[in-house]
Design a protein around this ligand. Sequence first.
Ligand SMILES: NC(=O)C1=CN([C@@H]2O[C@H](COP(=O)(O)OP(=O)(O)OC[C@H]3O[C@@H](n4cnc5c(N)ncnc54)[C@H](OP(=O)(O)O)[C@@H]3O)[C@@H](O)[C@H]2O)C=CC1
Ligand SMILES: O=C(CO)COP(=O)(O)O
Ligand SMILES: [Zn+2]
Length: 352
Amino acid sequence: MFEKSTWIRLPRNVVVGHGVIDQTVEAVRELHLQGQPLIVTSPTPREIAADRIVEQFAAEGVDPEIVEVEDASFEAIQRVIDTAREVDPGFLIGVGGGKAIDIAKMASDDIGRGFVSVPTAASHDGIVSNRGSVPDGGTRHSVAAEPPLAVVADTEILANAPWELTTAGCADIISNYTAVMDWRLADRLKSVPYSGYGAALSEMTAEMLVSNADSIRPGLEESSWIVVKALVSSGVAMSIAGSSRPASGAEHLFSHQLDRIAPGRALHGHQVGVGSIMTAYLHSGEDGIWTDIRSALDSIDAPTTAAELDLEPEEVVEALSTCHEIRDRYTILGDGIEEDAARSVAEKTGVI
Ligand SMILES: NC(=O)C1=CN([C@@H]2O[C@H](COP(=O)(O)OP(=O)(O)OC[C@H]3O[C@@H](n4cnc5c(N)ncnc54)[C@H](OP(=O)(O)O)[C@@H]3O)[C@@H](O)[C@H]2O)C=CC1
Ligand SMILES: O=C(CO)COP(=O)(O)O
Ligand SMILES: [Zn+2]
């Protein structure tokens, strides 16, 4: 008897375009969300977007509660949960980069209230996904969480954000190529749950971004449009898969390890891009697609070397040779690669 079942949880309203931040209240009302909003944001996004959203609610006689977070941590999530228990909000709104959105997402899951995602940077593909990603000591948790009920992505705000945030988002998408290679390998060798639809959507998203690379230029609002649609699509792939597998393989393990070894040095997307060059080399060898990945990153101004990530060569070697320990996710790194092998792949790909 056929006994499989799945839940694919997706946002209902995805609102993208110029000035749509001013439609946030409308997007919320259309979902019939009631009660006081709890806005989770971080310092810069607060000035750029959250205060504007507060004004919109104030014009309707609603006074949102705001929690400002500085880092992605379980302490920050707990602070949001504690505030939510005090004020009993009707729903949450995450306004900012990956950190604010992940925290809002995970707190919303804990307190059982819906959440709306308002990205201020096209820097990562968690803006739509049903996954939260939080470092915790020597490990990192990628946990199931509430997907947003709505996403409000204002391309004017995204286009005015520092250019490197957009190139980080592009690199996060380009890394889907190696994430899917790792996923297929893990399916073949370890029988991990695999979704052909999730994999195909993830690869197609990377393909479309790369084929539009010429239109992704600083100051062009169209660039934010292209990138944010790719980020939404990649997030949907994760929701279809029910895991971050379509968008996170060994290149993400490398990045998560760098967050421990060299915290705050480079953006998530930029680290996974460089990781992807090296893991593509491990998958397909000297004449494989690693050169295409490097060219794609280069064409959108994303880093391709350790120096551009502000890293020492030995930090790259350490991260690559130890990152398999970060979590139980089978990838091309298997049970780890030797330091000399890691140095060799980093040298051969020009990363160091
Ligand atoms: N759940 C998921 O599926 C995924 C989660 N992630 C997670 O997302 C995080 C990375 O996201 P990322 O966005 O790079 O990190 P942050 O949220 O830390 O944002 C990066 C920087 O950009 C600033 N910023 C945000 N918006 C603007 C703007 N419009 N103008 C100027 N500065 C701005 C932030 O300011 P400030 O310091 O003031 O906040 C911060 O300094 C990681 O924690 C990663 O694990 C990534 C991919 C997928
Ligand atoms: O960054 C992500 C996808 O781009 C999320 O993946 P993780 O599950 O590795 O945190
Ligand atoms: Zn990522």
